[in-house]
Design a protein around this ligand. Structure first.
Ligand code: NAP
Length: 283
């Protein structure tokens, strides 16, 4: 069995199943996702294009609403409010980063939890902590789905996460605890990072630092999940020194082709989940 956890393949399976579920819908209305973009960030352009393409492939109506870089906070909130109230829309993404004059936390909290496909709203995150959420941020959800796909059990496992961000490390920590894993969440102040990592059954790196995880961080029974998305000399890479680490560990995700495709697949899953909740409530 291959030690490479192929995220592209797993995402394709999820997308095909989703496409079939959408095809078989008895109600006429299709799931709909709106993406709000402020300004013209080049990386955002690329991410948005990929999300809209993925929507199209599975039969979700994806729509981009683009606003000028200088839009003020209140005008943006008015646009969000219109979408929050629109019953024919199931999901809303406000593409980050936002221009510096707009507070990202205030905006993500203004998105109705019933449309929060990104899972960044404080209420969604609180429910995740309480193990009472239908929606999970797409990247942590994608990681859990990859592990499940490979039959890697989490109960009782020692999991080390490098990174404590609100979109990856923190929700993932809670989701893993809820699966009965024993979790250590590291940050830049963590002492003896290498030694902590080396003892893990599963090591998840979400630091955004190329070449951080070397052979000194791993053991032969370990599963390594590389969330990092870095560019070094124009080349896309993760946080893990893949060539040396992959020779030692039991399982590893590549970059590209690991966590990345799962993130988009899980955004689509979240849109469909919110669609189903809405349709059930309307009955
Ligand atoms: P972030 O907000 O920058 O957080 C990075 C976290 O890593 C912080 O908590 C930071 O610690 C910690 N960290 C950084 N360097 C470290 C080091 N040397 N030792 C220990 N901890 C360290 O980043 P993010 O949004 O979570 O994203 C992390 C990476 O994943 C980025 O490369 C991002 O592009 C990528 N990403 C990929 C996907 C995907 O779909 N593939 C999705 C989301 C994110 P402090 O808190 O102490 O600063």
């Amino acid at each position: 069995m291959s030690k490479i956890i192929n995220g592209k393949e797993c995402a394709q399976i999820l997308n095909t199943n989703l496409k079939n579920s959408i095809k078989q819908l008895k109600v006429k209305r299709k799931p709909k996702l709106i993406i709000i973009q402020i300004g013209n960030n080049l990386a955002s352009n690329k991410y948005i294009k990929n999300k809209l393409k993925a929507c199209d492939e599975v039969g979700i109506i994806g729509e981009l609403k683009k606003f000028d870089e200088n839009i003020d906070k209140n005008s943006l909130k008015l646009e969000i409010e219109k979408i929050n109230k629109n019953l024919s829309i199931d999901g809303l993404i406000v593409q980050l980063p936002l221009p510096s004059h707009i507070d990202e936390k205030e905006i993500t909290n203004f998105i109705s939890p019933s449309k929060d496909v990104d899972g960044f709203n404080a209420l969604t995150l609180g429910n995740i902590m309480l193990n009472n959420s239908k929606i999970y941020p797409a990247t942590p959800l994608g990681i859990l789905k990859l592990l499940e796909w490979k039959d890697i059990d989490l109960s009782g496992k020692n999991v080390v996460i490098i990174g404590r961000s609100n979109i990856v490390g923190k929700p993932l920590t809670n989701m893993l605890i809820n699966k009965s894993a024993t979790v250590t969440t590291c940050n830049t102040k963590t002492k003896n990072l290498k030694d902590i990592c080396k003892k893990a059954d599963i090591l998840i790196s979400a630091a955004g630092r190329a070449n951080l995880v070397t052979k000194k961080f791993v053991n032969k029974n370990m599963t390594v999940i590389d969330v990092g998305a870095n560019f070094v000399n124009g080349k896309y890479c993760g946080d893990v020194k893949f060539n040396e680490v992959s020779k030692i560990v039991k399982y590893i995700t590549p970059v590209p082709g690991g966590v990345g495709p799962m993130t988009i697949a899980c955004l689509l899953q979240n849109t469909f989940t919110l669609y189903k909740i809405k349709e059930t409530n309307l009955k």
